[in-house]
Ligand binder design. Structure first.
Ligand code: PLP
Length: 391
């Protein structure tokens, strides 16, 4: 039988997923002329040459087939070795799966560890994917407000108050997107203690671990709660490899075995030649020299943004020690975050992301990304300053 007009029946869970507000703003901006985007959340650098060469060589050497689902053993070993060399954390390669970026890593964590009615504590503001992952896993998101006066870190007492019998997981993401905040060792330990006491998983999403400024140190949650932590990490930011889609998860072996079941049928394995390039990224000096150069460049731009903001009326900034974002307070303008972002786009042709894209608690803030070339960044800041002075 043929239908006159076709109606597509779509599973309800898909309708629960909200398209990112960041995307909508980009779409509008792309139709306008002379717009500078400080909205982008990806490095403006090219992938280091040695990594590209390694991928090309791998193709020529025949790395064009399926690999084991969890990843090529040499790559899993290189990831384990990287944790040992960088943080002194010993991990057998059986605790590692190679994933399609941190996105897949977080998705696997939600799908493997949570089910209908389970509660997951997600900070507010937070990166956009966790709440959507929770919906697909049919888990309930409980938002933990992060406050500027606490350096956008969780208050352990407030965290404790949110814990119920159904709490299964807490999401931690430092250095943080959108706030640029880092996590103090004391707070990391407090979160670890709570997770251990209440038998809660910590999903720790750490793709910005190498972008730290003013002597800030990274606090990898694996160090503080190794048996409770599911780490999501990525090559996207560290090595400017967003388009390669390469990341990994580290978790207790039993969890990894279960994650592989899902990964095996959705992804199969991450592209083989890309995994070989990942080995080069981790083991070759040239890629780490490039990371240092990127960090130095971000550090200079961060200073420029913070100095400009000090000169602007109605706006102030928490001084972030990580990632490549500044989360600026715009409450004094009297505008809501979305209104401000729209006003700035119309008035100055500058894209920033409204804080509310990351949760209700982002109201009164905007996210400025400095993953933008210096001359464009300065021009955007000049335009912003003029617009605010005329307000
Ligand atoms: C905090 C955070 N987690 C995960 C991701 C996803 O990154 P990937 O490219 O590794 O999937 C991003 C990307 O912006 C991010 O900012």
């Amino acid at each position: 039988m043929r239908y006159k007009s076709r109606k597509y029946f779509i599973a309800g869970r898909i309708n629960l997923i909200q398209r990112s507000k960041i995307r909508e703003l980009f779409e509008r901006a792309s139709k306008m002329k002379n717009v500078i985007s400080l909205g982008i959340g990806e490095p403006d650098f090219d992938t280091p040459q040695n990594i590209k060469e390694a991928a090309k060589r791998a193709l020529d050497e025949g790395w064009t087939h399926y690999t084991p689902n969890a990843g090529i053993p040499e790559f899993r070993e290189a990831i384990a070795e990287y944790y040992k060399n960088t943080y002194g954390i010993e991990i057998p390669m059986e605790k590692v799966i190679v994933t399609v970026g941190a996105y897949e890593a977080t998705y696997l964590a939600f799908e493997t560890l949570l089910e209908d009615g389970d509660e997951v504590i997600i900070p507010d503001p937070a990166f956009v994917c966790y709440v959507e992952d929770a919906k697909v896993a049919e888990a309930k998101s409980i938002r933990l407000p992060l406050k500027e006066e606490n350096g956008f870190q969780p208050d352990p007492d407030e965290l404790l108050e949110l814990i119920t019998k159904r709490t299964r997981m807490i999401v931690v993401n430092y250095p943080n997107n959108p706030t640029g905040a880092t996590l103090d060792e004391e707070t990391a330990k407090a979160i670890a203690d709570i997770a251990q006491d209440y038998n809660i998983y910590i999903l720790s999403d750490e793709p910005y671990e190498h972008f730290l400024y003013e002597n800030a140190k990274h606090t990898p949650m694996l160090k503080y709660a190794p048996d409770n932590t599911v780490l999501a990490n990525s090559f996207s930011k560290t090595f400017a490899m967003t388009g390669w889609r390469l990341g990994f998860t580290i978790a207790p072996e039993q969890i990894i075995r279960d994650m592989i079941k899902l990964h095996a049928y959705v992804i199969g394995n991450v592209a083989s030649f890309i995994q070989i390039a990942g080995v080069a990224a981790l083991r070759e000096k040239e890629s780490w020299d490039a990371v240092k150069q990127m960090r130095d460049t971000y550090a200079e731009r961060r200073r420029i943004v913070l100095d400009y903001i000090k000169e602007m009326p109605y706006i102030s900034a928490f001084e972030p020690k990580g990632a490549f974002y500044v989360f600026a307070n715009i409450k004094e303008t009297g505008m809501k975050s979305e209104e401000f972002a729209e006003w700035l786009l119309e008035k100055a042709g500058v894209v920033v992301i409204p804080g509310t894209a990351f949760g209700k608690n982002g109201e009164g803030y905007i996210r400025i990304s400095y993953a933008t070339k210096k001359n464009k960044l300065i021009e955007a800041l000049e335009r912003m300053k003029t617009a605010l002075e005329e307000l």
